[in-house]
Design a binder for this molecule. Structure first.
Ligand code: AMO
Length: 432
């Protein structure tokens, strides 16, 4: 028994053709003398139309006994039909039940009955059968594919760095400690130190798409404890150069998603406009003024509180950069501005009120780096293997990290980051 066609491969013009289709029983409508079964596969629905007068008695009986979400194979003849999805139906000649689904279902894949996010995540395998949920992951897959193609075109090499690590990179409080034989170790917060070490190897431009782990205690719609980070690092360039790469990447991904994910976007009711480049660049000081002008109190020198991000999101539409961040609130590896060391060459990429990427030109001088590590209250000894790469010829370099889920939120329009991860990890959730 072999599948001959997916739903998307059958057209009304195939009227009269014999096909075998496989999938899940989405819905059954039994009108007595005629039964309609909607069969669902990855890309859509197929209507199976079974009139008692036209098909064998036994077959009709077994169709009548079908249970929702059971896995079946139907063989039959394609018949043009204006009313059915895709403009065709199948008059069945055989049915094979491949697996029966238990009843009742923990949630309704036809989406007639809405479910809370926790119920959905508990029965995620069923939730993912909904077209509006699988659409998110079709877009995510295309997004990551497009990122890889774009970065390879720009001369980047894909690398893999360890996720079992010895030290913090993004500040000590957000670390997951683990037991590594006799020692303490951590889950990697960012490939930051490794991608910088790679700049001293001469490989020049690298990227990594991999999980990062953050022990964020807070429960928000924008934070998870495990996310995918798209990281790049490039040599002999500055922050402006990597900001250009980032904005061009965003544009390319949107173009590709528009071209290849038309059905998924339609399912989500989403249209994506291709943004114009260069994206607007706001200096940190200007951003603070704008936030204050909205009546949100915030001092120069603080990181943006949530209320400030929201205020900016009301003023700014689409994607924009915030540049020239205070050196004091950015990590030690960020290069201070030569003319005003209180300011740095760090930037964030925002989409309305959501930060989707951070990056910077980096400190490449060993002694300045040691000084900055100390100034942040950290011990340079715990960065020995990182620091030694700066003693034997480290070129100037810059890079960024782009959160794959937050980027996906900007494409899909979703407000809860949990929806953009197959099996999300938050403060309360470690299964499935
Ligand atoms: P940062 O810590 O800003 O920078 O992380 C980069 C991007 O990763 C995403 N992100 C998260 N998304 C959801 N939940 C989280 N808990 C979470 N943490 C991070 C965000 C964020 O903008 N080393 C630097 C990058 C660099 O300078 O190259 C870094 O990790 O989208």
């Amino acid at each position: 028994l072999r599948r001959t066609h997916y739903s998307k491969d059958i057209e009304p013009e195939m009227d009269g053709d014999e096909v075998t289709v496989m999938g899940w029983v989405h819905e059954i409508r039994d009108l007595g003398g005629i039964i309609f079964v909607l069969l669902r596969d990855r890309d859509g629905l197929i209507q199976i139309t079974a009139p008692s007068k036209k098909i064998e008695k036994d077959l009709f009986k077994s169709i009548r006994k079908l249970k929702k979400e059971s896995v079946v194979a139907f063989g039959g003849t394609v018949q043009e039909s204006g009313k059915a999805p895709g403009g065709f139906e199948i008059i069945p000649s055989f049915l094979k039940v491949l697996n029966i689904s238990k009843q009742p279902l923990p949630l309704d894949p036809t989406e007639k009955v809405k479910a809370e996010i926790d119920t959905r995540l508990d029965a995620r395998f069923l939730d993912l059968r909904k077209p509006s949920v699988s659409a998110i992951f079709k877009i995510k897959s295309r997004m990551l594919h497009s990122v890889r193609v774009f970065l390879e075109e720009q001369g980047f090499l894909e690398i893999n760095t360890p996720k079992l690590v010895a030290s913090a990179t993004e500040g000590g409080t957000e670390l997951f400690p683990i037991t590594y034989f006799e020692r303490e170790a951590f889950l990697g917060q960012s490939p930051q130190l490794y991608k910088q070490i790679m700049m001293s190897t001469g490989l020049d431009r690298v990227y990594e798409i991999a999980p990062i782990f953050r022990a964020e205690e807070h429960d928000t719609l924008r934070h998870l404890n495990e996310v995918i980070s798209i990281d790049i690092e490039a040599s002999f360039v500055d922050h402006e150069d990597v900001m250009k790469i980032l904005e061009n990447l965003v544009v390319r991904v949107i173009e590709d998603v528009n071209e290849h994910c038309t059905d998924a976007l339609e399912t989500l009711g989403r249209t994506l406009e291709v943004p114009e480049t260069p994206f607007e660049r706001l200096e940190y000081d200007e951003a603070v003024e704008m936030v204050n002008s909205k009546g949100v109190p915030m001092k120069h020198g603080e990181d943006l509180p949530r209320a400030a991000e929201k205020a900016l999101g009301e003023i700014m539409d689409g994607y924009y950069f915030i540049t020239s961040w205070p050196t004091a609130i950015k990590p030690f590896y960020v290069m201070p501005d030569e003319d005003d060391p209180e300011r740095s060459h760090a930037f964030d990429l925002m989409y309305r009120d959501l930060e989707i990427s951070s990056g910077a030109m980096r400190v490449h001088q060993h002694d300045l780096l040691v000084e900055k590590i100390k100034r942040q209250g950290l011990n340079p000894d715990s960065f020995e293997s990182y620091l030694s790469a700066f003693e034997y010829g480290m070129p100037p370099h810059a890079g960024w990290g782009l959160g794959a889920e937050r980027f996906n939120m900007t494409l899909t329009g979703l407000k809860n980051i949990r929806e953009t991860v197959l099996f999300p990890r938050d403060r309360r959730r470690l299964t499935p």
